[in-house]
Design a protein around this ligand. Structure first.
Ligand code: SF4
Length: 257
């Protein structure tokens, strides 16, 4: 303990400030997660808005995204919605993004793309995804989102516990470095999600009718086998289950390798 204290005192002032921010984000996340454990998605979004600082929503405009975006629009249509275009997306996703944003009246949709110079340097033949998917996700997803999130203090994601894997124990609020991350749909079941689609008459992603239950980039998305879990069509046959934006602290300096 004494060593840690002395070591902290030796750090540069900016680094001490950063560590202080991270410790306080962790403490805030634990308190909020406890307080919001039984809260509704709308209440969680309201609570996220009430935290001082700039807040964004991150959405893939995938097969389940309409539910989170509907709840966000109910609370505040002007919240910035960040959409990562990896330049490997299905044209149906881009069409759906524009239609859904218009349907819900979202007024601040921000499309984020990978850095052209980084693409030219690290993926000049556009084949990185076929031999190093982690590097490809780092280049096309993690780094661009980290750059965009630099101006925000908190963000909202649409992950749910019923997706399984690392998401099974998802907290309603998490700390990610100095930022808070809110997961308003964490407790929602698949049946509840579908009930919102029906009740609110939300448009479906066009590829869902063709058997895709989770839609990401073209090279890494497949139709799952009947009865498989929703995300089984992502990185099918590989150990990879996440792109990386939820697995590490997003800072502008990480992501690119
Ligand atoms: S999901 Fe596939 S194509 Fe998309 S960024 Fe990751 S590895 Fe690349």
């Amino acid at each position: 303990m004494e060593y840690a204290k002395n070591r902290t005192q030796m750090l540069a002032p900016q680094e001490r400030e950063r560590l202080g921010d991270e410790a306080s984000a962790l403490q805030d996340a634990e308190l909020l997660a406890d307080r919001l454990a039984e809260a509704t998605p709308h209440q969680i979004i309201e609570a996220a808005k009430a935290v001082p600082g700039r807040l964004a929503v991150v959405s893939s405009f995938g097969t389940e995204s309409a539910v989170l975006l509907k709840f966000v629009a109910d609370v505040d249509r002007s919240l910035p919605v960040l959409f990562l275009d990896t330049l490997w997306l299905f044209k149906e996703t881009l069409t759906y993004r524009d239609a859904l944003a218009g349907h819900l009246g979202l007024t601040d949709l921000r499309v984020i793309t990978p850095s052209p110079s980084e693409l030219a340097l690290r993926d000049p033949k556009r084949d990185l995804c076929f031999h190093d998917r982690n590097a490809c996700c780092a280049l096309r997803k993690v780094a661009p989102l980290a750059r965009e999130l630099a101006e925000f203090d908190g963000w909202i994601s649409g992950r749910k516990r019923f997706h399984g894997g690392e998401r099974s124990s998802l907290a309603v609020v998490e700390a990610e470095g100095r930022r808070l991350k809110f997961n308003p749909l964490a407790r929602l079941s698949s049946a509840e999600l579908n009930a919102v689609f029906t009740k609110e008459r939300l448009p479906r992603h066009p590829l869902e009718a063709l058997g895709f239950t989770s839609v990401g980039c073209i090279p890494c998305t497949a139709r799952p086998a009947a009865g498989a879990s929703a995300r089984d069509g992502r990185w099918s046959g590989l150990a990879k289950t996440e792109c990386g934006i939820h697995n590490r602290e997003l800072t502008a300096s990480n992501g690119a390798r």
